[in-house]
Design a protein around this ligand. Structure first.
Ligand code: ADP
Ligand code: MG
Length: 326
């Protein structure tokens, strides 16, 4: 079982950034409105996420650390209409199998409890611990028991950059959530919750850089149960940056051939010959018409109706871009 656990863990826990992704998604699933993130030494020494979400009951703390325990799916049918970000119930178990993990939580802000796991050793008992309403997950000494995997890590700076990318990707999809990011003890980002469009645009400018926002157009198009909204860069945004392409399906960041193709076609058709499109776009549709259960790292999706999604994306962007064509 030890080997099986660690092989399975490899699917989720490749590097510090993959840990951060899971922790952020858990906090968001818990309804948090502010996340405090602490990173030390590129995440290898410490990754800590504190949220003000619903918290975890004392009895559920050890469960949260065990494999295939999830509070998010009650019947198999739920898999068909997944709306929460995490749903496999293996992230915390996988992380704790390759690190020292402490889970501290309170559901009411009065009484708090902590559970710990180190490598495969999970403490069955919880101990009392002061904690405001919400949850803190602290991950220390990543890969302390798997030196081979530790060797595959890049420099602190590279790992930190990957963590930043993950946080940015999440921050763009969760405007209602505030973020405080501290790196090696220093506050590097402080993003307030954003609801109005102007606040959202401030968030996008903070995350993607002011140049993107200054040269982008806002779109919001809805048709037969599909909605596409967000910002697309105009030709005046000259930096051809391949990684300024953020696409979300029902709040989940994805990379998808069909989506890229539709966007590229619309850009090329209207104005952007030979250029990388830059965008922050959100597609919203009935959760039942998209399958997110494709891959453990969950970057892929499968649409029930490829043709109509492609069509909608292409036409919406085509229309929006043609309107602002210089
Ligand atoms: P999953 O998210 O797929 O359910 P995880 O291993 O990531 O699996 O988490 C296991 C369980 O722990 C979750 O289903 C949830 O009940 C609980 N949990 C984890 N993180 C948090 C959090 N930040 N706030 C509240 N509950 C949490
Ligand atoms: Mg999860």
């Amino acid at each position: 079982p030890r080997l099986a656990n660690q092989i399975a863990a490899g699917e989720v826990v490749e590097r510090p950034a993959s840990v951060i992704k899971e922790l952020l998604e858990n906090s968001i699933d818990a309804g948090a409105t502010h996340l405090h993130i602490d990173i030390e030494q590129g995440g290898v020494k410490l990754m800590r996420v504190r949220d003000n979400g619903c918290g975890i009951e004392q009895d559920d703390l050890p469960l949260a650390l065990s494999r295939h325990a999830t509070s998010k799916i009650y019947q198999l049918d739920d898999l068909e209409a997944v709306s929460t970000l995490g749903f496999r119930g293996e992230a915390l178990a996988s992380i704790s199998s390759v690190a020292r993990l402490a889970l501290t939580s309170s559901t009411d802000g009065n009484v708090g409890w902590q559970a710990k796991a180190e490598g495969r050793d999970m403490q069955a008992e919880t101990s009392p611990a002061a904690h405001p309403q919400g949850t803190t997950v602290e991950v220390r000494d990543l890969f302390f028991n798997t030196p081979a995997r530790r060797k595959f890590l890049r420099t602190e700076k590279t790992e930190q950059n990957r963590i930043d990318d993950v946080i940015k990707r999440v921050a763009l999809s969760q405007f209602g959530v505030g973020f405080t990011l501290r790196t090696n003890g220093r506050v590097v980002h402080q993003w307030r919750p954003a609801t109005a469009q102007i606040e959202q645009e401030r968030r996008v400018a903070q995350v993607c850089g002011p140049a993107f926002m200054e040269n982008a157009v806002h779109i919001d198009i809805e048709r037969t149960g599909l909605r596409l909204w967000g910002w697309v860069a105009l030709p005046t945004f000259s930096r051809s940056q391949a990684d300024l392409q953020h696409f979300y399906v029902n709040g989940r960041a994805i990379r998808d051939k069909l989506v890229s193709h539709a966007i590229r076609q619309a850009y090329q058709d209207v104005l952007y010959h030979g250029r990388h499109p830059a965008f922050v776009l959100f597609l919203e549709l009935d959760p039942a018409s998209v399958d997110v259960n494709v891959h453990p790292t969950k970057h892929e999706v499968r649409f029930r109706d490829n043709r109509s999604v492609h069509d909608f994306l292409f036409k919406s962007l085509h229309h929006a871009l043609a309107e602002v064509r210089p």
